[in-house]
Design a protein around this ligand. Structure first.
Ligand code: FES
Length: 162
C-alpha cells in the first residue's frame, strides 16, 4: 500500500493514547469508541496504541488488532492532505459509482485504501453518505459532492493536486 513518507507514530503516542482510553473506558462496549477517539486524536489508529488499549480493557492484543483492522473506517496510517471518499453502496452503484470509482483510481494512480506517494490524497470507499438521491456521491475533506460526472471528477482531481 502506498503511504505518505511519515508513518512513524508520534513520540507522545503513549500518553495521548492513555488520555483517550481514560476518557472513554467507562462507556459500555468501550473498544469502538476508543478506536474512534484515537483516530480523532491522531488522524489514524497507531499500531503502538493497540497494546495500551488491550491492557486497559483487559482484552488480548489480537482482539484489539482484529477489531481495528476489521472496520474500514479505522486507518492504519495517517491520511493524505485530502481524503476522498467515494460511495460504493447500492443506490450509488445503480447510478454508476463503480465506473466513477475505477476512473478515480486510474486518474489518481492509487487503489482504494491507499494514499498517494506524495501524501496529497487518500482514496477511501464509503457505504452510503445519505446522499442516495444525488448519486453517485462522494465526500472530499468532509464536503459532500453529489451527481459525480466526468466534469466533477476532473475538478476533484485538480483540487487534490493543489
Ligand atoms: S448509497 Fe451512496 S449516498 Fe447512499
Amino acid at each position: 500500500m502506498l503511504q505518505p513518507a511519515s508513518t512513524q507514530a508520534p513520540a507522545d503516542v503513549a500518553p495521548r493514547t492513555a488520555a483517550v482510553v481514560d476518557a472513554l473506558r467507562g462507556l459500555e462496549g468501550p473498544l469502538l469508541p476508543i478506536l474512534h477517539g484515537l483516530q480523532e486524536e491522531f488522524g489514524y489508529v497507531p499500531q503502538e496504541s493497540l497494546p495500551i488499549v488491550a491492557r486497559a480493557l483487559n482484552i488480548s492484543n489480537a482482539e484489539a488488532h482484529g477489531v481495528a483492522s476489521f472496520y474500514h473506517d479505522y486507518r492504519k496510517a495517517p491520511a493524505g492532505r485530502h481524503v476522498l471518499k467515494i460511495c460504493r453502496a447500492e443506490a450509488c452503484q445503480s447510478m454508476g459509482s463503480e465506473t466513477i470509482a475505477a476512473r478515480m483510481e486510474q486518474l489518481l494512480g492509487i487503489r482504494f485504501g491507499e494514499t498517494s506517494r506524495d501524501g496529497a490524497v487518500t482514496l477511501e470507499a464509503v457505504y452510503c453518505l445519505g446522499l442516495c438521491a444525488c448519486g453517485p456521491s462522494a465526500m472530499l475533506d468532509g464536503r459532500p459532492i453529489g451527481r459525480l460526472d466526468e466534469e466533477a471528477i476532473g475538478e476533484i482531481v485538480t483540487a487534490v493536486r493543489q
